[in-house]
Design a protein around this ligand. Structure first.
Ligand SMILES: Cc1cc2nc3c(=O)[nH]c(=O)nc-3n(C[C@H](O)[C@H](O)[C@H](O)COP(=O)(O)O)c2cc1C
Length: 161
């Protein structure tokens, strides 16, 4: 089975999980990059990103070029923003409704506190209520990295295999 990991990461935590998963699953990946990057500094990081998530914005993305016919399953990855999934994934889903039809889905979320369950439920709804086969939640896996986090990622990869 061919997997594509589609993710957004502002500060590298989601990217850390995505890259380890990619290696474990022998999957492909696409990191979504907004043309106008979100701030990663100070209070504007939270105000701008938080507002964008709450307003369900769909920021324009740099080219990502996916051939959906090559993949059976899409694994979404994102940082939780204001108990929601991050706006670049919303853009991706809206731009690829046709390509995503009939695919299988899984997802993981990174957070520092809570809100991931809500965010995953919102993402599931956005992908037309198609149930995720597997989900996982990680707490700042790069910023607060431990060996246990790597074990959790490997367990998620095992569940997906
Ligand atoms: C705008 C913004 C909103 C956030 N909202 C939440 C939240 O609602 N709940 C939470 O636990 N963490 C929240 N966080 C923290 C991130 O989800 C967390 O640090 C995550 O691991 C970052 O992943 P990344 O490095 O891939 O961007 C927020 C971070 C930002 C920048």
């Amino acid at each position: 089975m061919a997997d594509l990991i589609v993710y957004y990461s502002l500060e590298g935590n989601t990217a850390y999980v995505a890259e380890r998963l990619k290696e474990k699953l022998d999957a492909h990946s696409r990191r979504l990059v907004p043309i106008k990057p979100y701030s990663d500094k100070g209070i504007s990081k939270f105000l701008w990103g938080g507002k964008s998530a709450i307003m369900a914005e769909k920021p324009d993305l740099e080219d990502y070029n996916v051939d959906f016919s090559r993949f059976d399953r899409i694994i979404f990855g994102f940082p939780v923003w204001a108990s929601n999934f991050t706006p670049p994934l919303r853009t991706f889903i809206e731009e690829n409704r046709e390509g995503l039809k009939g695919k299988r889905f899984a997802a993981f979320a990174c957070q520092s506190g809570n809100g991931a369950e809500k965010a995953l439920a919102k993402l599931e709804k956005c992908v037309n209520e198609t149930a995720f086969e597997h989900t996982a939640i990680f707490i700042d896996p790069k910023a607060k990295h431990t060996e246990d986090i790597d074990r959790q990622i490997d367990e998620f990869a095992k569940a997906l295999s």
